[in-house]
Write a protein that binds this ligand. Structure first.
Ligand SMILES: Nc1ncnc2c1ncn2[C@@H]1O[C@H](COP(=O)(O)OP(=O)(O)OP(=O)(O)O)[C@@H](O)[C@H]1O
Ligand SMILES: [Mg+2]
Length: 397
């Protein structure tokens, strides 16, 4: 089929042609945003899921919906190694400048911008990466203590009051939340808690890897009551089929039932894999309908493409000892695995492997579903590790 019209979209954060199976989640967030704006209580929402399940595209869609409903939003992605205040300050400034243009929010908007100036000034010593334009002089005593927990509360509350005055709400959309340091996460939780107590319309919609609820709970024990943690998983078979069939049907192309079954089985319904399989099935087929034979041929090129993109970018960030650790896990199967079993395979003691495991968690490669257990955060990473590292490679030293 013509590659120019190929509808599928494998790629990090690339919107799919059909966002299948997420209506309920979209509705949940939509309702929460509207409740917050109406001055009612709603929990912040943190979506939890493995790599490639569609968290980023969901956040973007939710944000578009919120903006469309007149809600003011901020969009951030926590990068490894940057502070939350540095990330937040410029985004908040943009949102506050937009809010201050509204007649009813002018005064409170200015006050919030003064709070932002105090926030940046006070925290600059500790978080040197904060860089934000200053529009108004700080007001002494307003968010300028130099203590993140305190200043962030005051700042978000001031921002929320400006939003409230304009009859809207402020919703923070933050991706990759697991990379935010626990102390900074704790401050964010406290600030959101404060806003909710004061009935100020500020809410967080976040996304992160499965370790996030645990990190949140360690940061602030009451975090679990403050947030909903919906799990974003692979698509159920009917939705996975729709993700493949609907975009093709829109272009007048059909699939054999057996072809769809084969794609669902090979991808286990994981959205990133579905896009890759769809793309290769389309490019392989000569005509409609796309057949089981086409899909079988496409499986080879789809796997190779995933190896070179989705899996490869993660593998390349690993040190040799991290690679060996993951390779040993792969030897044991998809997981989760006991730390003791992994150590035994590597002929090492669990304690000496502790630092490697901790680095892998920090890099977002593995997580711990329960004490002493280790699981991949990337679906089907075990099979990839076996393809890329032969037995001799990892048993060598
Ligand atoms: N509901 C869906 N239906 C069909 N395809 C989807 C769906 N959600 C996401 N995708 C596709 O899956 C791929 C991965 O999406 P996305 O980057 O949002 O995942 P993610 O969970 O943010 O991954 P990561 O943890 O690696 O950042 C994209 O190509 C996207 O188009
Ligand atoms: Mg993402």
């Amino acid at each position: 089929m013509d590659p120019v019209t190929n509808p599928y979209a494998p790629g990090a954060g690339t919107p799919p042609p059909e966002l299948a199976g997420r209506d309920e989640l979209l509705r949940q967030v939509d309702i929460a945003c509207q409740r917050i704006r109406a001055g009612r209580h709603a929990k912040s929402v943190l979506m939890i899921g493995l790599r490639g399940v569609g968290k980023t595209v969901l956040l973007d869609r939710m944000r578009d919906n919120a903006e469309g409903a007149g809600i003011h939003t901020l969009r951030m992605e926590a990068p490894e190694g940057r502070s939350l205040p540095a990330l937040l300050a410029p985004q908040l400034r943009q949102a506050l400048l937009r809010l201050s243009r509204l007649e009813q929010a002018r005064e409170l908007g200015k006050r919030a911008l003064r709070a932002l100036a105090g926030f940046a000034k006070g925290l600059k010593v500790k978080y040197q990466d904060i860089e934000v334009g200053i529009d108004f002089d700080p007001e002494p005593g307003l968010a300028d203590n130099g203590d993140l927990e305190h200043d962030l509360q005051v700042l978000l509350e001031a921002a929320g009051q400006a939003a409230k005055a304009a009859g809207t709400a402020l919703v923070l959309f933050i991706d990759e939340l697991q990379y935010v340091e626990e102390e900074q996460l704790a401050s964010l939780v406290t600030a959101l808690h404060r806003c909710s107590q004061q009935q100020v319309p500020v809410m967080l919609v976040g996304a992160g890897l499965p370790q996030l609820p645990g990190q949140m709970g360690r940061a602030k024990s009451y975090a679990e009551r403050l947030f909903d943690f919906p799990f974003v998983g692979p698509l159920e078979p009917a939705h996975a089929r729709a993700a493949i069939a609907v975009p093709a049907a829109a272009l007048g192309v059909a699939y054999e039932e057996a072809a769809l079954d084969r794609i669902v089985a090979a991808t286990e319904g994981y959205p990133y894999f579905l896009q890759e399989w769809g793309k290769h099935a389309w490019d392989t087929a000569d005509d409609s309908p796309i057949t089981l034979g086409d899909v079988e041929l496409a499986s080879v090129t789809a796997t190779a493409a995933l190896d070179e993109s989705f899996f490869r970018v993660r593998f390349d960030r690993l040190t040799p000892s991290e690679k060996r650790y993951l390779r040993a896990m792969a030897e044991l199967g998809p997981g989760p695995h006991r730390s003791g079993d992994i150590a035994a395979l590597l002929d090492r003691r669990v304690t000496t492997l502790g630092p490697t495991r901790a680095q892998l968690i920090a890099k977002g490669m593995v997580w711990s579903p329960s004490h002493g257990d280790t699981a991949f955060t990337v679906p089907m990473f075990d099979a990839f590790m076996k393809r890329i590292m032969s037995r001799e490679d990892w048993l060598a030293d």
